[in-house]
Design a protein around this ligand. Structure first.
Ligand code: PA5
Length: 448
């Protein structure tokens, strides 16, 4: 197994009786998921997705990536939430967080737009496009999300100005719902190439559809291997037996720890390249579990960097944290520590050792210290991180999240709370039909 859960640091925190007591609930969650009888069961397309990839769609994704690589030095991926985090995480983790600064002959730089309402960020991307050919991949399941919608408006205008109507058409790719939605209508009307987000796959579960696969393919990531990893994980995590299923074991541990007041999960990695994967994880678990007054708050940290900012709190602050450490054993690259005459910094005792060895000892020391400080640590060991392991890990977290949500008693596949800010924003911006709400908000603001 490319990913192995190590629970040895949890002996003080979780008892055999607690494991036994949760088994009936785990079995019920497993049955609800696989028999499709649980809440949100119309959004379970991700469960079999790796096995049901549409071969023709995949071929078109690869062909589009080839075309983009051939005619563009820049690809702008427009999307927010589940419509961009997975692809960005893959590119940073498997290529580099500095992907855009490194030479990639025959591959475009990839910028992400439409994930905020910040004009500076968008203007900066357009500045970076100067003198280079550009393609745009607009990703939105609903087609009506404000942030990517505004960015796409501006980028379409930009492309039409630069390349004319027909030229722009050749450079726009839309990833959206199969049949419904405004983006689908526009794409049909304008003749843009389109890719499908299946109806029964929600945004945060969509990275293994063209949502993630097209940008990944443009960055040179082997998307067949990504899908193979997910497929193998799907097979591996079929059994409801806790001893055989690390994915369920992880979901169970999160639940047991939360019952003891450990209601914040810090997903920790010792790889700076994992940072965006942490953002993807936060969205997956945050939107899936945080509802009905419940949920484990998902947070992330990169160590040892954040030990110098958050280390104090983690060791001795409020005792409501647990950590999940993703331990990628082999870094993509390593470096020996040199010996220095005079040993002015006292670090000669490390000379001749690879930096990865120092990193892994820092990890062990930290796990022991935090565990002693009443912060339970779950460890997920991964030997290396390639496309295959990425696909595997995505499926691991997706399924763990679904089971975790069912154990918690929430619908892990909806996000009703996200609407509230949108309604207020539309009312304040004067969207037709929101007049009453606008007046009420303005009154509320005056009283503050
Ligand atoms: O997980 C989700 O459903 C959300 O994060 C969406 O992905 C996000 O809001 C973007 O939605 P859309 O793809 O419809 O633009």
């Amino acid at each position: 197994m490319p990913l192995k859960l190590d629970a040895k640091y949890l002996k003080e925190f979780v008892t055999a009786r607690e494991y036994r007591a949760i088994l009936p609930q785990l079995n019920a969650a497993h049955a609800a998921l696989h028999q499709r009888t649980g809440e949100g069961n119309d959004f379970l397309g991700w469960l079999q997705l790796p096995q049901q990839v549409d071969g023709e769609e995949l071929r078109r994704v690869k062909a589009a990536a080839q075309k983009i690589c051939a005619n563009s030095q820049v690809l702008i991926v427009v999307g927010i939430g589940g419509s961009y985090l997975g692809a960005r995480a893959a590119i940073e983790l498997l290529c580099s967080p500095n992907y855009n600064l490194l030479p990639h002959p025959g591959r475009p730089q990839i910028f992400f737009a439409g994930n905020s309402l910040n004009a500076t960020a968008l203007n900066e991307i357009l500045d970076l496009c100067e003198g280079r050919d550009v393609s745009v991949n607009m990703i939105s399941k609903s087609g009506t999300t404000t942030e990517p919608g505004i960015a796409f408006r501006l980028l379409r205008e930009y492309l039409v100005e630069r390349y004319g109507d027909q030229g722009a058409r050749e450079r726009i790719y839309c990833t959206t719902d199969a049949a419904k939605g405004k983006l689908r209508e526009l794409a049909l009307q304008e003749g843009y190439e389109t890719f499908v987000i299946p109806d029964d796959v929600g945004g945060r579960y969509s990275v293994l559809t063209p949502v993630g696969l097209l940008p990944m393919a443009c960055a040179g990531i082997d998307i067949d291997q990504v899908l193979q990893g997910a497929r193998d994980a799907m097979e591996a995590y079929m059994s409801p037996d806790l001893l055989e299923n690390d994915c369920y074991h992880y979901a169970v541990l999160r639940n047991l720890l939360a019952r003891k007041g450990k209601c914040i999960e810090l997903l920790v990695s010792y790889e700076p390249a994992f940072t965006m994967m942490g953002e993807w994880f936060k969205q997956l678990f945050g939107e899936s579990e945080g509802k009905d007054g419940k949920g484990i708050f998902p947070a992330t940290a990169t160590f040892s960097t954040d030990l110098h900012s958050m280390g104090q709190f983690i060791q001795q602050g409020s005792r409501n944290l647990f950590e999940t450490v993703v331990n990628i054993r082999q870094p993509q690259r390593d470096r020996m520590i040199p010996r220095e005459e005079g040993d002015f910094d006292g670090l000669n005792f490390l000379s001749g050792q690879p930096l990865s060895q120092v990193n892994s000892q820092a990890m062990l020391g930290t796990i022991l210290a935090h565990t002693q400080g009443d912060v339970p640590n779950i460890v997920l060991n991964v030997d290396k991180m390639d496309a295959y392991e990425y696909g595997w890990m995505v499926y691991f977290f997706e399924k763990a999240c679904a089971i975790s949500g069912y154990l918690l008693g929430v619908n892990p596949f909806d996000q009703p709370g996200v609407e509230q800010y949108k309604q207020n924003m539309f009312a304040l911006l004067g969207k037709p039909g929101y007049e009453q709400q606008r007046q009420a908000l303005q009154n509320q603001l005056q009283l503050m």
